[in-house]
Design a protein around this ligand. Structure first.
Ligand code: ATP
Length: 350
């Protein structure tokens, strides 16, 4: 197990700054997701941790020791990429055994690791198959297994599930979590998929445009996003953000109605944020909008509401009768579920 510290880490490519002054501590044995849209600097950060890229500024420390200049092979990291890297002419067993053998482990230890990993990743029935004929899903599972078999102190995964199909992705999410529980490695997982980050990570580092915006547990970033970018990016659909005028403990939203707040932040123009899940249908509720689209997705219904230019998404459980398109919809949002943001900076207001 290893603690990773990124200390004012930065990376430029020519005059372009891909990463700015990133401070982040990834604890011993923690599953940390680096989450953000394409181009935000996730892979650049990961490649510097792995040793494939040198930082322009700042330091990386493993257990307090600077690792700048230490070659990748000496860092004790396992790395899995989006595109599996496996030996297709070898059997699954040979692929899994490759790393431990290269490390000079005894035959008994190699055998133990191969059967351990194969069991965790459901590869046991196909250990003697040649990799060449196997599906993309299985090849990526082998790639993960091959890196895990080395039992690296740090396990880095860069979008490992983006090429596997949706059903398999769900299975792999729980297998990866199981892998980490079994080996208690420090895991850093790069993804643009908030669901992957939310379901697997102990903590999530949300990034955008080369900046680290927020670090917290999935529930912390979900419940208390540091700014409007995080509020929109986390959750599916993301948080509703409605222009409102606050006066005392009331937020007035044009054409919709007024929300009561827990605090009275004075008088200000704000963005009032609330999650689609906290919209409660209520015939006596203070808020009213028109129903534009109703999407039934199994146990939940997503209702798109509109009043003039303002849009709100509501997620209703199956227990509620779904409203019909074209109808008026009255609702309430409890004061504890409302977050306020500064419309100029996007930052959360205290
Ligand atoms: P993606 O999921 O698309 O890989 P990302 O968040 O991982 O996104 P990075 O790959 O870290 O993003 O890239 C961050 C920015 O740095 C991007 O704008 C990218 O074009 C740029 N960049 C990355 N590598 C290089 C390079 N070798 N030379 C120049 N620019 C680069």
């Amino acid at each position: 197990m290893t603690e990773i510290v990124l200390d004012t880490l930065g990376k430029d490519f020519g005059s372009f700054t891909a990463l700015r002054d990133m401070d982040l501590t990834i604890r011993d044995g923690e599953f940390m997701a680096l989450l953000g849209p394409s181009g935000c600097g996730k892979s650049t950060t990961m490649n510097m941790i792995a040793g494939m890229l040198e930082p322009t500024r700042g330091q990386i420390r493993f257990d307090g020791k600077r690792i700048d200049g230490v070659p990748m092979a000496k860092r004790g990291v396992g790395f899995v990429f989006q595109n599996y890297a496996i030996f297709t002419h070898m059997s699954v067993r040979e692929n899994l055994a490759y790393g431990p053998k290269a490390q000079g482990m005894s035959r008994a230890e190699v055998t133990r690791r191969v059967s351990d990993i194969a069991e965790l990743l459901q590869l046991t029935p196909m250990l003697d198959r040649r990799a060449a004929g196997l599906s993309v899903n299985i090849l990526q599972r082998i790639a993960i297994g091959r890196s895990a078999a080395v039992e690296p102190a740090i396990f880095l995964l860069d979008e490992p599930l983006s090429n596997v199909d949706a059903a398999f992705r769900a299975v792999m999410r729980s297998e990866l979590k199981g892998l980490q529980r079994r080996f208690s490695q420090t895991m850093v997982y790069v993804t643009h998929d908030q669901l992957e980050a939310m379901t697997m990570a102990d903590r999530i580092a949300v990034m955008d445009h080369g900046r680290l915006l927020q670090v917290g547990t999935p529930l912390e970033v979900y419940n208390n996003p540091s700014d409007t970018f995080v509020a929109r990016f986390i959750g599916s659909p993301g948080m509703n953000l409605i222009p409102a005028r606050v006066d005392g403990d009331t937020a007035h939203m044009d054409g919709i109605g007024a929300l009561t707040l827990t605090a009275a932040p004075g008088t200000a123009q704000v963005l009032a944020g609330f999650r689609p899940e906290v919209v409660h249908p209520d015939d006596d509720g203070p808020l009213a909008m028109g129903v534009e689209i109703v999407e039934h997705i199994g146990a939940r219904t997503i209702v798109h509401l509109r009043a003039g230019e303002t849009e709100v998404k509501a997620v209703l459980d199956a227990e509620h009768t779904a409203p019909r398109e074209g109808q008026a919809f009255r609702f309430r949002v409890d004061a504890a579920d409302i977050r306020l943001f500064d419309p100029a900076t996007g930052a959360a207001m205290k």
